[in-house]
Design a protein around this ligand. Structure first.
Ligand code: ADP
Ligand code: MG
Length: 286
């Protein structure tokens, strides 16, 4: 039997002590006849890494696109930083957008712009800062993601896959966001570049106190980074829980994904005690 656990009641975790950064309520998304999301609920808390998993085509990217205001829900509400996205005019939506960074699978780098100009783009679009300041800030971001000033004038075609992901991340961090969205950030990377990227996200999250919402297929990335994992299945968020607790839910996707050979192997990397949990009353609860 399917155990559907809606996000509001997910694991019956108390909300006290946690700040909700994103709240998706009763979301319905249709494209014509096709129903992608049907009464989907999800919350994301400040300072956590929340990963979204689900089979191909289950609507992970469409969900992110709605949360960042690129797609409109058919019905339901989406609040980010307390603001209802569907009620904002264009100017206020843009102001809100400046509070988060995006690294989307298909939103790679502009091939005609150098590394530094790619990173500088969001700052230039603000039209409020002098260019020397923009260049200095962009160089800092480049270093933040582990690249050096020597890479600044390279063109995207000169970069390895891992470097491209880092530059895209630096661009996502250009406006010093509190929240970042990563869509398949390690897709296409070899295992070593992928491990390096995971270490980088971990470090940035610790140093900058970022809230991270990530879609990933990669079990190792998922296990290494996630505080909670939201499983998209049956057009809903089936559950949003720490991996260990998720693995106990009886649902075909969860069984196949987490309890298959690859899942079991990846889960061996889970630390004995919950690691780097966001501040809040997480222990001692049922
Ligand atoms: N603009 C669109 N118009 C029509 N259908 C779409 C559109 N965008 C996505 N879809 C459909 O929505 C479903 C979910 O897509 P997506 O979110 O990209 O899946 P994934 O979970 O793999 O990221 C797919 O069936 C896709 O074909
Ligand atoms: Mg996708």
């Amino acid at each position: 039997m399917t155990t559907a656990i809606d996000a509001p009641a997910a694991g019956a975790r108390p909300l006290a002590g946690r700040t909700t950064v994103i709240e998706v309520r009763n979301l319905v998304k249709r494209f014509g006849e096709a129903v992608v999301h049907d009464d989907l609920n999800l919350e994301v808390y400040r300072g956590e890494v929340l990963s979204i998993v689900g089979g191909s085509g289950t609507g992970k990217t469409v969900l992110l696109r709605q949360i960042v205001g690129l797609d409109r829900p058919t019905s339901g509400t989406i609040r980010v930083f307390g603001e209802d996205l569907t009620r904002l005019d264009a100017a206020r939506l843009q102001a809100l957008r400046n509070r988060w960074g995006l690294q989307f699978q298909r939103g790679a780098l502009f091939s005609a712009l150098s590394v530094i100009d790619n990173i500088a783009l969001p700052l230039r679009e603000l039209r409020s800062l002098p260019d020397d300041l923009i260049c200095a800030a962009s160089l800092l971001k480049l270093q933040l993601v582990g690249l050096s000033a020597r890479d600044a004038d390279k063109m995207p075609s000169d970069l390895s896959g891992g470097m491209i992901k880092r530059v895209a991340l630096a661009r996502a961090l250009a406006l010093e966001p509190e929240l970042v969205f990563l869509d398949e950030p390690t897709a296409g990377l070899d295992p070593m570049a992928s491990d390096d990227y995971v270490a980088l996200i971990r470090e940035l999250r610790r140093e900058l106190g970022l809230t991270v919402v990530m879609v990933t297929h990669d079990l190792d990335t998922l296990v290494a980074l996630s505080d909670r994992v939201a499983v998209l299945a049956d057009r809903k968020v089936l559950a949003a829980l720490p991996i260990r607790e998720l693995a106990r839910i009886d649902h075909p996707f969860i069984r196949e994904y987490f309890l298959g050979e690859r899942g079991q192997r990846a889960m061996q990397a889970l630390p004995a005690a919950p690691m780097a949990a966001p501040a809040g009353p997480q222990s001692g609860e049922a």
